[in-house]
Design a protein around this ligand. Structure first.
Ligand SMILES: [Fe+2]
Length: 205
């Protein structure tokens, strides 16, 4: 028997989108200054962070023009990623309405984020401002398969159950909000600064 013409498809895939902003040095310096200044007179909130500082949630009002610029990049990447999802399913791109919520994170040595998802959202992502002078590589973002049974029962050690994303300043990462993820403890002498965001398709869901 010849099975060369048998059809093979991977189903239930989840998108992971990464994009590096070129020449982000000046933008990151401005974001860093605004975020650390804001941190100096705000206690922050406690969410998935263990240690570390998590700013209030909004549209980065405390980051001035740099905040507006990075939010425009976030929405641009969401538009591009959504276009590609529609294309995967052979659907024409449709104009959608989005609501964005963003917040800054400052992790110092030992700080981390426990495993979590972002409820009531469509896309979630992170933009990396500063790696915090890591002593042993920047603490990665660790994304888990939302269906853990897949790797446990179907071709273990072949099918991946998780993916690491290694941060660097200027990198933006985007994934569906239902994907569980964690951030490893920061091992570095400086402040590891990132901006996380949720983008929700309106009306939701
Ligand atoms: Fe998160």
């Amino acid at each position: 028997m010849d099975f060369a013409e048998a059809r093979f498809a991977n189903i239930f895939a989840a998108p992971l989108v990464t994009h590096v902003i070129k020449d982000a040095t000046e933008l990151n310096a401005a974001l860093r200054q605004h975020i650390l200044t804001h941190q100096s007179h705000n206690p922050g909130v406690s969410k998935s962070n263990r240690g570390g500082w998590h700013s209030d949630v909004g549209e980065l009002e405390f980051c001035g023009d740099a905040g507006r610029l990075i939010i425009a990049h976030m929405l641009g990447l969401v538009e591009e990623a959504t276009r590609r999802v529609f294309a995967e399913f052979r659907m024409p791109a449709a104009p959608l309405t989005w609501k964005l919520y963003a917040w800054a994170n400052v992790n110092r040595a030992g700080d981390f984020n426990k495993v979590h998802v972002h409820p009531a959202s469509t896309w979630s992502g992170t933009y990396y401002v500063d790696n915090g002078e890591p002593t042993d590589g920047a603490a990665p973002l660790h994304l888990f398969d939302p269906c853990p049974a897949r790797a446990l029962t179907f071709m273990p050690k072949v099918v991946q159950d998780s993916v690491f994303v290694h941060p660097k300043p200027g990198l933006m990462v985007l994934f569906p909000s239902y994907v569980p993820h964690t951030v490893f403890p920061h091992e570095g002498t400086g402040a590891r600064i990132s901006i996380a965001f949720n983008v929700r398709r309106e009306p939701f869901p």
